[in-house]
Ligand binder design. Structure first.
Ligand SMILES: Cc1ncc(C[n+]2csc(CCOP(=O)(O)OP(=O)(O)O)c2C)c(N)n1
Ligand SMILES: CC(=O)[C@@H](O)[C@H](O)COP(=O)(O)O
Ligand SMILES: [Mg+2]
Length: 625
């Protein structure tokens, strides 16, 4: 028998031509390739090591791309990318101009649906399945969803809808590795653990394999659904109650179990639910031992694993928040903190350790997290919801209807505001200023550096209503952070530099770059601190002494802080020229944050030249004539 080589596999059709033994060889090579490749580029490692066999089995059994596979979150889709013609492109994964870290329809016909925000897969495949049914197309639709992603309400909304949708082929593959990014939370996790435990798992694995070998598959499954082989499957699981045929749990690393089971399910069609058990980090001992650390590492040497940096690096905004949270919690016993499944990314590991009873991981459930905080605020607790800007999009109605409308005292720590780098457009926090500004009662703070972040967190926390503090991924200019818990006046900016004719109004962490430009232009530079309420008094004063304004923010220009300035001037019938700098009206793909900002003209030089181009008198004379 010939040996298979991953180098020669460029499409699933080639996978389908392999023998069972060759499929196993391929799995070994694919896993090694994923490890080597991610160690060079950085990316989501543990989840991908865990989906190698499942990916091979799915492409082997199903007729992709005609059959549709939707990868939930999509952070586990690297083996799929490699088998669908993107092996070489993996060298530029998540880099500017390179392929995305998530499935993307424009990238490949095999990427049936763009994902990255979790728990969308079942809704998407249900929609596709209805379309196939209505268009008379005979195809399969598969959602691969993790146990973490399964905790979101949206996944259950889709199951609920699917259960009463006639004549659709939907296979949900629950990839249960007993991990979210952090250890999983919630009662569903306990339920899945019960399904997996004891005799059910052992029996399904051993007896199931024997039966599948000796009994015609379709017949065997039909028998099971009639209840004649109930010892092999869990009786009346939640998923069966919702209208699916539940099969499993089976070992998701065992191709001999996966392939025939999937073949059976394909033959059956209709609503199928397959529970597979995998290990996050499978095959790389260090990741198996610490799947959290290896969830989304940067570059590392796989022979030694991730090492602690030798030199201390700059403090990130996330770390500033994490320290502030612990310090504030020490002084105020009413403080409670909520995360929708992002403990590590939001800097809450230490808070969880120190205040376990005041820490709440709501699961991947942003909507619930926001309203849960609202409920606590009603009763006198002071919740801090730490949430990525992009994920707050999921909790928008809850923010408007449950928090702001009732003017409840909830503080939102909005991490990953602005461009996020390697995750790209799906994760960019570009819209929060625009979507928060229009909500009555909201206070919106945009700190310009690390120390300002601490000051504004305290200020917003002390404000007895809904307030948000937005800060970006990574470090800022490296400002020293005071140890105190001082507050500043709400809605007041600070003048950093007095110049003439042109005033630059900075909102957030582009202020240091804008200040450099202001120096070259001899412009006034203001750190506005707040987008809402905006410092009207200062704007009025500046309007009397300046001819032109420049606003700058790491957020969408449309509806952003610059728009707030324009709205104020217009309401006062002040005819000031305003140049709005920020993020343009298009999605910005992955790439290194600083390089992307530069390419958008949002570094000091870019700001300066935009100002000179718009207000040419400055260029000629150094300032407006
Ligand atoms: C709406 C949303 N909230 C949070 C996240 C961040 N996130 C990405 S992967 C992940 C954990 C997913 O767990 P699971 O589905 O079990 O996949 P695993 O990582 O175990 O492979 C989280 C919380 C997200 N992508 N989307
Ligand atoms: C897939 C996903 O949503 C997360 O893993 C995300 O990539 C984390 O981003 P950070 O690295 O910015 O925490
Ligand atoms: Mg998981």
């Amino acid at each position: 028998m010939t040996t298979v080589s991953l180098d020669q596999i460029n499409s699933p059709a080639q996978v389908r031509a392999l023998t069972p033994r060759q499929l196993k060889e391929l799995a070994g090579q694919l896993r090694e390739f994923v490890l080597q490749s991610v160690s060079k580029t950085g990316g989501h490692l543990s989840s991908n090591l865990g989906t190698v066999e499942l990916t091979i089995a799915l492409h082997y059994v199903f007729n992709t791309p005609d059959d549709r596979i939707v990868w939930d979150v999509g952070h586990q889709s690297y083996p799929h990318k490699i088998l669908t013609g993107r092996r070489e492109a993996m060298a530029h994964l998540r880099q500017q101009g390179g392929i995305s870290g998530f499935p993307k329809r424009s990238e490949s016909e095999y990427d049936a649906f763009g994902t990255a925000h979790s728990s969308t897969s079942i809704s998407a495949v249900l929609g596709m399945a209805v379309a196939s049914r209505n268009l008379g197309l005979d195809r399969q639709h598969i959602a691969v969803i993790g146990d973490g992603a399964m905790t979101a309400g949206m996944a259950f909304e889709a199951l609920n809808n699917a259960g009463v949708t006639p004549d659709v082929n939907v296979l949900v593959v629950l990839n249960d590795n007993d991990m979210s990014i952090s250890p999983p939370v919630g009662a569903l996790n306990h339920y899945l653990a019960r399904l997996m435990s004891g005799r059910f798992y052992a029996t399904a694995k051993n007896v199931g394999r024997a039966v599948l070998q000796h009994v015609p598959p379709v017949l065997e499954l039909a028998r099971r659904f009639e209840g004649h082989a109930k010892g092999m499957v869990s009786p009346a699981t939640l998923f069966e109650e919702l209208g699916f045929n539940y099969v499993g749990p089976i070992d998701g690393h065992d191709l001999d179990a996966l392939v025939p089971t999937l073949e059976n399910l394909r033959a059956l069609g209709g609503l199928q639910f397959l529970h597979v058990v995998t290990k996050k980090g499978q095959g790389y001992k260090l990741a198996e031992a610490d799947p959290v650390l290896y969830h989304g590492p940067g570059k590392f040497d796989p022979s030694v694993g991730i090492q602690k940096p030798s030199a201390p690096s700059k403090q990130t905004f996330t770390q500033v928040f994490g320290r502030w949270l612990c310090d504030m919690a020490q002084t105020d016993e009413h403080l409670v903190a909520v995360t929708p499944a992002m403990r590590e990314g939001s800097g809450m590991v230490e808070f969880h350790k120190q205040f376990p009873h005041r820490y709440f991981d709501a699961g991947i459930a942003e909507q619930h997290a926001v309203t849960f905080a609202a409920g606590m605020a009603c009763e006198g607790l002071k919740p801090v919801v730490a949430i990525y800007s992009t994920f707050l999009q999921r909790g928008y109605d809850q923010l408007v209807h449950d928090v702001a409308l009732q003017n409840l005292d909830v503080t939102f720590a909005l991490d990953r505001a602005g461009l996020v780098g390697a995750d790209g457009a799906t994760h960019a926090g570009n819209y929060d200023i625009a979507f928060l500004r229009c909500i009555p009662n909201m206070v919106i703070a945009a700190p310009s550096d690390e120390n300002e972040a601490r000051l504004l967190l305290t200020t917003c926390y002390q404000y007895p209503g809904p307030a948000s503090v937005r800060y970006p991924r990574g470090a800022g200019c490296g400002a020293e952070v005071s140890a105190g818990l001082e507050a500043v006046a709400i809605g007041k900016g600070r003048v950093l530099r007095e110049g003439s004719r042109i005033a630059i109004l900075g909102f957030g962490t582009l202020v240091p770059e804008a200040l450099k430009a202001a120096q070259s232009l001899d412009a006034t530079m203001v750190d506005m601190r707040f987008v809402k309420p905006i410092d009207e008094q200062l704007l009025r004063q500046l309007a009397q002494t300046h001819d032109a304004f420049v606003t700058i923010e790491e957020g969408s220009i449309m509806g952003g802080a610059g728009s707030a300035v324009l709205e104020y001037f217009s309401s006062q019938e002040l005819a000031c020229a305003v140049l709005q700098l920020g993020l343009p009206d298009r999605f910005i793909d992955h790439g290194e944050q600083a390089a992307l900002l530069k390419s958008l003209g949002l570094d000091a030089l870019g700001i300066e030249s935009a100002v000179r181009a718009r207000f040419p008198a400055v260029q000629v004379h150094g300032k407006c004539a």
